[in-house]
Design a binder for this molecule. Sequence first.
Ligand SMILES: [Zn+2]
Length: 198
Amino acid sequence: MSPGLHGPERTCLGCRATLERDALVRYVVTPAGAVTVDYRKRLPGRGAYTCISRTCLAAAVQKRQFSRAFHREGVLAEVATLASELTGQIAERIFNLLGMARKSRQVLSGGSLVFDALHSKGQPALIILAEDMSTDIANKIAHRAEACGVPLWHRYDKELLGRLLGKEERSVVAVQAGPLAEAIKTELFRLEQIAGEC
Ligand SMILES: [Zn+2]
């Protein structure tokens, strides 16, 4: 691909890789000197970047790269706090995307509906199972999804999934193939990159 087709690039403070800005997390510093996540890249002021990875975030903090990037001594940057902010902001993005998918009728919900869809031609592109749903149904759907090669995540609870879809509690949510499903998958994979102990 010609370089002209890429967006602007930035360097990760953790691993020093240069990547497209869209593939990185942006951080800004508050007037009080705390580093904060700007996942949507909309906050004014100087920005600093890392890969969407807990490892790179931790490396940036340990090497005091945020102070250097913001030209300011002693900025407050904690891995756990920033990872949790990032998780929250990615979740918001997922909820927005699910809302859009729902409005364009690309969302299925309910165990039997999703299970049947897995047997049909128009297989969903991804499935989210509520963390507090019945294990039996969850296992049944997970086995079927694995056999069909449909990615599946255990995230959020029935009440939240239902609320996102404007319904009562929902244990199983599936999104039909398309750009919205791809965008949701990207965000769900990103969440995995920032989870973990640190
Ligand atoms: Zn990196």
